[in-house]
Design a protein around this ligand. Structure first.
Ligand SMILES: Cc1cc2nc3c(=O)[nH]c(=O)nc-3n(C[C@H](O)[C@H](O)[C@H](O)COP(=O)(O)O)c2cc1C
Length: 184
């Protein structure tokens, strides 16, 4: 390992596809604030709709790439907004793809940190709960403890990045736990 080799490779998944997404901004802010030795690749979740007929060993290339990225990561950070009191369909769709093949999902035993956010003071906490439930169904290794729930996120994002020092510090504490859960 050289000095430039990250000690831990994280994968960041935003639950929103829009260009100016706060969820993406949270991940970008976190990525830039990670301590030396920890890196994060951010991938968008623009995938075909889950279709079991397409879920074959030579299925959609984007899905294979997502599964491989999860397998290669030491830990996954999911940042979700809340849509209609739940997780966005984009994220559920991606988790359904990632949950397969049954019994061989890259998410099994994978350390995952969930962060929710919203322009409302509620911080997307209902979406957070749904993501946790889905990850439990897949036997991912959820980072427990105090939930990272970011309310009034619009006030905490500057130039496309989470910029609130207190929230960043709190979220980085959870990332530490994620890295430790991956044995790093
Ligand atoms: C279809 C839809 C439903 C929404 N429902 C909720 C909701 O239930 N709770 C909430 O806090 N915000 C809700 N919002 C507002 C989103 O939190 C807000 O648009 C947020 O910025 C989306 O996340 P993003 O910035 O990562 O794209 C909703 C937005 C949309 C488009």
């Amino acid at each position: 390992m050289t000095d430039a080799t990250p000690r831990a490779k994280l994968l960041g998944l935003p639950g929103s596809l829009r260009r100016n997404s706060n969820s993406l901004a949270v991940l970008q802010g976190l990525r830039d604030a990670l301590p030396a030795g920890i890196g994060m690749e951010i991938r968008d979740l623009r995938l075909p709709l889950y279709d079991q007929d397409l879920d074959t060993p030579d299925g959609p290339a984007e899905v294979q790439a997502l599964r491989q990225a999860i397998a290669d990561a030491d830990g996954v950070v999911i940042v979700t907004p809340e849509y209609n009191y739940g997780m966005p369909g984009v994220l559920k769709n991606a988790l359904d793809w990632a949950s397969r093949p049954y019994g061989k999902s890259a998410l099994i035993g994978k350390p995952v940190l969930v962060i929710s956010n919203s322009p409302a003071f509620t911080g997307g906490v209902r979406a957070h709960q749904q993501v946790n439930d889905t990850l439990l169904a897949v036997s991912a290794k959820l980072v427990g403890g105090a939930q990272v729930v970011i309310g009034m996120v619009g006030e905490k994002v500057k130039e496309g990045k989470l910029a609130d020092e207190a929230v960043l510090k709190f979220a980085l504490g959870a990332v530490d736990k994620l890295v430790a859960a991956g044995g790093k």
